[in-house]
Ligand binder design. Sequence first.
Ligand SMILES: [Zn+2]
Length: 166
Amino acid sequence: MRCPYCKEDKDKVIDSRSSEGGRVVRRRRQCQLCQRRFTTYERIEELVKLTVVKKDGSRVPYNRDKIISGIQKACYKRPISMQQITEAAEVIEEEILRQPGQEVSSRLIGELTMQQVNRLDKVAYIRFASVYHEFEEVNQFIEEVQEVIHRPKDTAGQKDLFNNTT
Ligand SMILES: [Zn+2]
């Protein structure tokens, strides 16, 4: 593995763990040149072979970096660490791997990502949702917001009605 710091290809594995039911191997590595440590995630073929079906029906190879960069953009200047983003991406991948077949819709990936972003940070969620406005969750979100906005007025109206009838 190439060291992300000095780009040297001389490292030693110091820890190895599998996750996601053994489908992903996390390796903690130490560069033999600069001595810095880094982690690699090696996933078995399932995700490598996975194809993403886009809304227009076109197909592209699955790319984890796209999920990560999507979350990163949403979390820009928010108190969310890279570790949290990577973990969120792992949860998403776990869910993707539960789907049958070799194809996954970009819509599902978007929905799963939105759920994770929502869990991480509400501001990031609103940002992400504004990009993926076509998803149902956003409509739900908008409905919720509207409910909150209209609630005091409605309650007042009901109170008046109640008072008038009694
Ligand atoms: Zn190095």
